[in-house]
Design a protein around this ligand. Structure first.
Ligand code: BGC
Length: 822
């Protein structure tokens, strides 16, 4: 499928039924030696471009090793001779990722759950301030790719399945980051909606879907003034995103007027001439294509130096805007860890999403607050963040168990049981012949070590063998099978956030296999390396698991209430293969909640989860990856010190067979390297509505500890779109948070595919008990428009349109309609 992208189409609310300025096809840059792209920047930048040698210009267009690295992801050397400073680029998006401590903020999906652009702005400010304090110039954040598939490994790193919400939040966060003098990089442009085959998958999407769904957030980022854009790994309509002219020039420059620069994702460049002429400006993190190869291409006339100048100009222009060229950038501030922690706590509380609360099980009060069984590995170990490039070294992170104990206070009884063992128990000495120290095997520096023996299994059973190690991973062969092979390429980097390290910091890998009764050959080789090595070999089996569950059940029975922490360990680089909780957690929840129906499940998961156990539980609190203040925030919500302020920014499916990408491998994860977004514009809740499928929990859902009534809706049209007014009243006895949502139905006049309803706007409200508030929500002309693929522009959906007001996409309390006129 091919696209013709057009110049920005001005939407008009006057004129004919189709109220869009005629779209014109943009003159595209023609790759080749003699094209002369680019427009002049300010005099300072133009003067620099004149003075830079070709080699110096090229050095600005790709990453290099940082002689004084602070552990950040990327570095671009400057040109000291001309006062052009070097640039340090750090991930992103849940804080500043360097080797030093930083505020580990809640995952962006938790931020998004607050439906509060003001909070996103403050979140951005923390990152901007800390990034500058930690020696960085550019933050590789925010990520705004939509949540399209529940399996995508980075759903925690992004905001929502809804384009409007994502757009509002990305814009606010960018303003926050850049307001502190740090350059933001919106990523990954575009359609990096999954990790599976992300380096190669070819995403085929029709033009209407592309514009209405994925691109809206990127456009908002450009409108908010993002300094940089990161190109995605994947292909779009057959062409790698980092050399895709239609995207990099057609959409970004010609339609949206972007004047910053485009960098690749890490190692996402695939060409020199094709990429630079298509609109790529910087290769990261090295110069495979934009180093010597670019110099030769210019020297031998394959590409005009004007393209190099264009890229340099785009980079310098942003640097100039941030005061990096004339020394006017403010001095680097000191870190303010306290302020960071306060925002981290506020966001985690504001995004905490209460999915279920039977018979007011929460908040915990009276006996329920004084006699608690805490269950689950992440009840003890704080689950701070997901894995991959978003992982931040937190200042500190408390254990939820400690926070619950402290809050329950003296005289309370708070027990703990593991329930699900992530790190294994010692292999019994009797199982190993000859004898082997498996708990703390030391291998001295410079020495090789090996073991050759047998592991004897008493009964056939499912075993999970777990290795904990420092240094190089020991090689363990069981019956000749390499249990913990080292993943090729980037693979090792993406090994999970929480569960890939033991509490004492040793790396952890697992292998699960069915073992028959009898002796199995076991060979282990290890290498002390330069620092010496220590490793442990552990296991869990059906028998140890049964003991863990039995202990949790005993504790649950003995307590008045249970708080069970369940987890899912997502990471960049990997998609999950099911939306069910990993390991044996479903069984644990069933068993514990059968033993004590006053069980609250706290979910530290990246995205949606199926919950076959739901009906047995009293309450379910979705905390995602709550950052370094997660324990305090979770405890505050559990005990009712604050109202759970979050709402779902994605639909939760009942199971693996009922969601927008279920059942069609061409839709996800792709067949023969190609993936079709054949759900079209019906992403997320739009698909559930279009197909009449019941989600487990709908988009926008989330409970408060109080209740709200909606009343008296009125709508009128003004120049900017629709103005929807209604009244919300807190009808309960507690102060509380409501996220009032406005949805809009299709236009009867457009012959384009339209959703059953789309989110038109929302308002987060904090209402005192009994308080009533008149609320105004604006629905923008953009939201009332569709992308017309014939005109390559937006058309306003005129005619009578239904307007709903409610508390989720499926809890619509008020309904009216409005005539939308051109
Ligand atoms: C990720 C980017 C990240 C970059 C640098 C890549 O693997 O996709 O999001 O910014 O690494 O760490």
């Amino acid at each position: 499928m091919s696209h013709t992208f057009s110049r920005r189409s001005a939407l008009r609310l006057v004129g004919g039924a189709v109220a869009v300025a005629a779209a014109t096809t943009a003159p595209a840059f023609v790759p080749g030696a003699h094209a002369a792209p680019g427009t002049a920047a300010g005099p300072r930048v133009e003067a620099l471009i004149r003075r830079l040698t070709l080699d110096e210009k090229i050095s600005l267009l790709h990453g290099a090793a940082d002689p004084d690295s602070l552990g950040q992801a990327g570095f671009v050397p400057g040109v000291p001779r001309l006062g052009i400073p070097s640039l340090r680029l750090a991930d992103g998006p849940a804080g500043v990722r360097v080797t030093r401590h930083a505020t580990a903020l809640p995952a962006p999906v938790l931020l998004a759950s607050a439906f509060d652009p003001g909070l996103a702005h403050r979140y951005g400010r923390v990152i901007g301030h800390e990034g500058r304090a930690l020696g960085q110039d550019i933050l590789l954040s925010p990520m705004v790719n939509l949540i399209r598939t529940p399996y995508a490994g980075r759903n925690f790193e992004t905001f929502s399945e809804d384009p409007l919400l994502a757009a509002d939040l990305v814009a606010a966060e960018i303003r926050g980051i850049q307001g502190e003098g740090l350059i933001a990089t919106v990523k990954h442009f575009a359609l990096n909606n999954q990790e599976k085959d992300r380096q190669s998958v070819d995403v085929v999407v029709d033009e209407q879907t592309l514009h209405e769904v994925e691109l809206r957030g990127f456009e908002a980022a450009v409108d908010a003034g993002t300094g940089a854009v990161m190109g995605a790994y994947n292909k779009v309509d057959g062409i790698y995103a980092c050399e895709n002219r239609a995207l990099l020039t057609g959409v970004l420059r010609d339609q949206w007027g972007f004047d910053g620069w485009v960098m690749t994702d890490w190692f996402a460049a695939h060409s020199t001439v094709a990429a630079i002429t298509a609109g790529l400006d910087m290769e990261m993190p090295d110069g495979t294509y934009f180093g010597a190869a670019l110099r030769s291409a210019v020297r031998n006339g394959t590409v005009s130096e004007a393209y190099v100048d264009r890229a340099v100009r785009r980079i310098l222009r942003v640097m100039d805007r941030f005061g990096l060229l004339d020394g006017s950038a403010p001095a680097r501030p000191a870190r303010d860890a306290k302020a960071g922690a306060a925002v981290a706590l506020e966001v985690a509380k504001a995004g905490a999403t209460l999915l279920r609360n039977e018979h007011h099980a929460l908040p915990l009060t009276g006996a329920a607050a004084r006699d608690i069984a805490v269950v689950g590995p992440t009840g003890m170990l704080p689950f701070v963040s997901g894995g991959g490039s978003a992982h931040v070294v937190p200042d500190h992170a408390d254990s939820p168990l400690d926070a619950i104990r402290a809050r329950a206070g003296r005289g309370a009884r708070v027990t703990y049981s593991l329930g699900e063992d992530l790190f294994g128990k010692a292999v019994p000495a009797s199982a190993l012949s000859p004898a082997l120290t498996t708990e703390a095997q030391q291998v001295p520096a410079g020495q090789a070590w090996s073991y050759d023996g047998t592991l004897t299994v008493a009964e056939p059973d499912e075993w999970t063998l777990v290795i904990h190690y420092s240094g190089e991973r020991p090689k363990v062969l069981l019956d000749g099978q390499d249990l913990f092979p080292v993943a090729p390429g980037y693979g090792e980097y993406f090994s999970g956030g929480l569960v890939s390290a033991a509490p004492d910091g040793l790396a952890v890998r697992r292998a699960t296999l069915n073992l028959s009764k009898g002796a199995h050959t076991l060979k282990i080789t290890a290498n002390g390396g330069s620092a010496g090595q220590v490793f442990r070999l552990r296991r869990s089996t059906g028998a140890t698991r049964a003991q863990d569950v039995a202990e949790a059940v005993r504790a649950a029975r003995a307590a008045h209430s249970v708080v069970l922490f369940a987890y899912e360990d997502a990471t960049e680089g990997l998609d999950r293969t099911t939306i069910a909780l990993p390991g044996h957690q479903e069984h644990l929840i069933e068993a514990v909640s059968a033993a004590n129906p006053r069980t609250t499940v706290v979910l530290n998961t990246s995205s949606s989860t199926s919950m076959p156990w739901l009906r047995r539980t009293a309450a379910v609190l979705q905390m995602y990856y709550p950052g370094q203040q997660g324990a305090a925030a979770t405890t505050a919500v559990l005990f009712g010190d604050c109202d759970p302020g979050g709402r779902l920014t994605q639909s939760f499916a009942v199971d693996d067979d009922h969601h927008p990408v279920a059942g069609d491998p061409r839709r996800y994860p792709g067949v023969d390297g190609t993936e079709e977004y054949s759900e079209g514009i019906h992403a997320g809740y739009r698909w559930y509505d279009a197909e009449g499928v019941r989600p487990l929990f709908p988009f926008g859902h989330g409970l408060s500890y109080t209740s709200f009534a909606y009343d008296d809706v009125r709508v009128r049209q003004d120049r900017r779109g629709l103005r929807v007014e209604f009244t919300v009243r807190n009808t309960g006895r507690r102060d509380g948070v409501e996220v009032a949502q406005v949805y809009v139905g299709p236009s009867p006049r457009l012959e384009l595919d339209q959703a059953v309803r789309v989110l038109g706007g929302y308002q987060r409200l904090v209402l005192r008990a009994g308080e009533r508030r008149r609320v105004t929500v604006r629905v923008s002309a953009r939201t009332l428009s569709s992308w017309d693929t014939k005109k390559h522009g937006w058309v306003l959906g005129t005619g009578r349109r239904t307007v709903w007001v409610g508390a989720s996409s499926r809890d619509l309390r008020l309904r009216t309609s409005a005539e939308v006129r051109a």
